[in-house]
Design a protein around this ligand. Structure first.
Ligand SMILES: [Cu+2]
Length: 589
C-alpha cells in the first residue's frame, strides 16, 4: 500500500501548428496501441491498450480558442471511436458509438476549444465495448485554459496535478483480470490513481490544485483527505465538469461518479512531515466490498516549500461569467433510466440498437430545455452524461439526499442518479444543430444499451445565413469517415494538407454569431415556437452572451445534505488466477 509514486501523465505535444485565416490550429497524432506495463515491479507485466501506448493517455493542455485536430490511428485490438467528453464538438467528430475506426483505420477529430477553461477528458466510445476499452487504458485528461483562469493565481505547474481514479482487478501474475460478464456493474478490488494502484505522492507543505476524474466503469467515490489521526481535513472545491465555480465551496468530502470531474485546492501547509491519506468513504452495498477500496492514495508532506508563487488564498470570486441557462419550469422531457429485460438497460424502454426510435428528444437549436432524469429502481447507479451541453442541476428528489453544494456551484455534463432519485437538469441545446448521444456513464450499462440520442434540430427560418456551419450534424457523415491506413496519408505533406482542408471549413468560428442569431429568433417566436411561454422564459439581458443564457449569475438551488453511507460488511476476495491470453471482451454479451 502506498509503495510506488503517483505517475504524472506526459503532456501531449502538437506535431505542428498552422495559422488558418487568423485561427491557430494545432495538429496532434495519437495511435491506439497494445503495450505492456510493469504495474507491479516484482510480478509480470500488465497487458494494456492505450493512446500512444500510455495509460492514462497524455494530458492535453490547450489554450482557449486554439483549435485542435487530433488524428487517431487504431492500432489496437478492437474498433474504436474517440469522444472528447465535455467539449461542444460538432456531431461529426463527437465520437458517435457507431462511427468506429476498424483496426488499421484512422480519423481526424476536429475540436473547437472555445468554451471557458475546464478539465475535460477523452476516452473510447465504441459501441458495445467502451467499458473494456476504458478498463484496458483508453482514457486521458484534456485541459482547456484561458487568461481569466490564469489571472486567479491558482496553483500551477508541478502544483497542478490530474488525478484519474479507477478500480481494477489484478491477477497474481501482475496482469489485469478480465472485467467479467456482469451487465450490472464492474467493481475492482484495487484502486488506482493515474494507472498506479494506491500510489503515494511527495508534496510540499503548501497548496495544490488536484483535477480529480472518476475514470472507473461502475464505481463512484466519496473522497476525503485525512490526517494521521484519521480526522477529515477541509478543502475547497473550485470547479466541476464545465469549469470554475462562481466561488470556492468548502467541504470535507466529495462525491464523484463515473465521468465527473471536480477540481479541488488542498492546503498541506499545516502538515509538514506528516502523511495525509486520500480515502474513499463510499462502500458498495451491492457486493461484498473488497478490503482496501476505502483507500485511494497517500500524500507524503515534506518540510520545505521550494516555490511559494500561486500559494495564496483562493479568490472568493473565481468565475463571474458562468453561462447559466435561462430559467424554465416546464419539464420538456422525462427520461426513465431502467432495466429493460434480462441484460439490457434502456432509457424510456428504448435501447441504442433501436435506430428508428433512439432519438428521444428534438430540442430546436438554441433552446433551453428542462429534462427530468429518473432512476426507476434497482441497486446500480446511473451517472447520466448528456453530450454537447453544460447542465445546471436544479433538483434531486426521491432519494435520501438532495443536491450537493458543489453540484450546483457550476455547470456539469454528468449527474449521478442513485436508486429512486429524480434529478432535473436545465441546459441550453446549442449552439450547433446535430445528433448527439446521451447515456448512462456506468460504462457497463452504456455497453448494454443504456444510451440514446437527441437531435438539436436545425432552424431554417432563423433569418441568419448559416453557410456551412450547419453541415456537421450527421455523426456518420461520410466526408469525415474513418479511412484505411496508408503511408501516403501520413506523409508530412498529406498531414499538412489534411489540416488545411479541415480548417478551411471553419466549422467553429461562428459560435457567437449563431448564439446571437438564436437569441434574435427566439425573441420573436418564443421557446419551441410557443409564443405563450415566451414571457416566462425570455430572461435575457442585452449584456448576455446570447439567448438561452440567464442575464445574471443564478443562485442555484442548493440543498446541502451530507452523504452518510452505511458501511457494508467488508470481506476480502481472492484474486482470480486465470491468465487470459488476450483481452477477453467479457463485456460483450
Ligand atoms: Cu446506468
Amino acid at each position: 500500500m502506498y509503495q510506488y509514486p503517483l505517475p504524472i501523465p506526459t503532456v501531449a505535444q502538437p506535431e505542428f501548428t498552422e495559422t488558418v485565416d487568423g485561427r491557430t490550429v494545432q495538429f496532434y497524432s495519437v495511435s491506439i496501441e497494445p503495450y505492456t506495463k510493469q504495474v507491479y515491479p516484482n510480478l509480470g507485466p500488465a497487458h494494456l491498450v492505450g493512446y500512444n501506448a500510455t495509460s492514462p493517455g497524455a494530458t492535453f493542455y490547450v489554450p482557449k480558442d486554439t483549435e485542435t485536430i487530433i488524428r487517431y490511428l487504431n492500432n489496437g485490438e478492437e474498433t474504436a471511436s474517440v469522444h472528447l467528453h465535455g467539449s461542444y464538438t460538432h456531431s461529426a467528430w463527437d465520437g458517435w458509438a457507431s462511427d468506429v475506426m476498424q483496426v488499421g483505420q484512422w480519423k481526424d477529430y476536429y475540436y473547437p476549444n472555445s468554451e471557458s477553461a475546464r478539465t475535460i477528458w477523452y476516452h473510447d466510445h465504441a459501441d458495445g465495448h467502451t467499458a473494456s476499452d476504458a478498463y484496458y487504458g483508453q482514457a486521458g485528461t484534456y485541459i482547456i485554459y484561458d487568461p481569466a483562469e490564469d489571472a486567479l493565481g491558482l496553483p500551477t505547474g508541478q502544483y497542478d496535478v490530474p488525478l484519474g481514479i479507477s478500480d481494477k482487478i489484478y491477477q497474481s501474475n501482475g496482469d489485469l483480470a478480465a472485467p467479467g460478464k456482469s451487465p450490472i456493474n464492474f467493481f475492482g478490488d484495487t484502486i488506482e490513481v493515474n494507472g498506479q494502484p494506491w500510489p503515494y505522492m511527495a508534496v510540499e507543505p503548501r497548496k495544490y490544485r488536484f483535477r480529480i476524474l472518476d475514470m472507473s466503469l461502475s464505481r463512484p467515490y466519496d473522497l476525503y483527505f485525512a490526517d494521521p489521526s484519521g480526522n477529515w481535513i477541509q478543502f475547497q472545491v473550485i470547479a466541476s465538469d464545465s469549469g470554475l465555480f462562481g466561488g470556492p465551496i468548502s467541504t470535507s468530502d466529495l462525491t464523484i461518479s463515473m465521468g465527473e470531474r471536480y477540481e479541488v485546492i488542498m492546503d498541506f501547509s499545516s502538515y509538514a512531515g506528516k502523511n495525509i491519506t486520500l480515502g474513499n468513504n463510499m462502500q458498495q452495498a451491492q457486493i461484498n466490498e473488497f478490503g482496501n477500496t476505502n483507500k485511494v492514495m497517500m500524500f507524503v508532506v515534506g518540510n520545505t516549500v521550494t516555490d511559494n508563487s500561486n500559494n495564496g488564498a483562493v479568490p472568493s470570486t473565481l468565475n463571474g461569467n458562468i453561462q447559466w441557462p435561462a430559467a424554465r419550469t416546464t419539464v420538456d422531457h422525462t427520461f426513465n433510466f431502467q432495466m429493460g429485460g434480462e441484460s439490457v438497460w434502456t432509457i424510456n424502454g428504448v435501447d441504442f440498437n433501436d435506430a428508428n426510435n433512439r432519438i428521444l428528444a428534438r430540442p430546436p437549436q438554441g433552446t433551453v430545455e428542462l429534462w427530468e432524469l429518473h432512476h426507476t429502481g434497482g441497486p446500480a447507479v446511473h451517472p447520466v452524461h448528456i453530450h454537447l451541453v453544460n447542465m445546471q442541476v436544479i433538483s434531486r428528489t426521491g432519494g435520501s439526499r438532495g443536491v450537493l453544494p458543489y453540484e450546483t456551484a457550476g455547470l456539469k455534463d454528468v449527474v449521478l442518479l442513485e436508486p429512486g432519485e429524480t434529478v432535473r437538469v436545465l441546459a441550453y441545446y446549442g449552439p450547433w444543430n446535430g445528433v448527439y448521444m446521451f447515456h448512462c456513464h456506468n460504462l457497463v450499462h452504456e455497453d448494454h444499451t443504456m444510451m440514446d440520442a437527441f437531435n438539436t434540430t436545425k432552424l431554417a427560418s432563423m433569418g441568419y445565413e448559416f453557410g456551412s456551419t450547419q453541415q456537421y450534424s450527421d455523426p456518420m457523415d461520410t466526408r469525415f469517415a474513418p479511412q484505411d491506413y496508408s503511408d501516403e496519408a501520413f506523409s508530412p505533406d498529406a498531414l499538412s494538407s489534411a489540416v488545411a482542408s479541415l480548417a478551411s471549413l471553419n466549422p467553429y468560428a461562428p459560435a457567437s454569431a449563431l448564439m446571437a442569431a438564436e437569441a434574435s429568433y427566439y425573441a420573436t417566436v418564443g421557446y419551441h415556437g410557443d409564443l405563450s411561454s415566451a414571457s416566462t422564459t425570455m430572461t435575457i439581458a442585452a449584456s448576455s452572451s446570447g439567448y438561452g443564457f440567464a442575464s445574471t449569475t443564478a443562485t442555484a438551488s442548493t440543498v446541502a445534505s451530507s452523504v452518510q453511507r452505511a458501511k457494508s460488511a467488508i470481506t476480502t476476495t481472492a484474486r482470480p488466477t486465470a491468465k487470459p491470453s488476450r483481452h477477453p471482451r467479457d463485456f460483450v454479451a
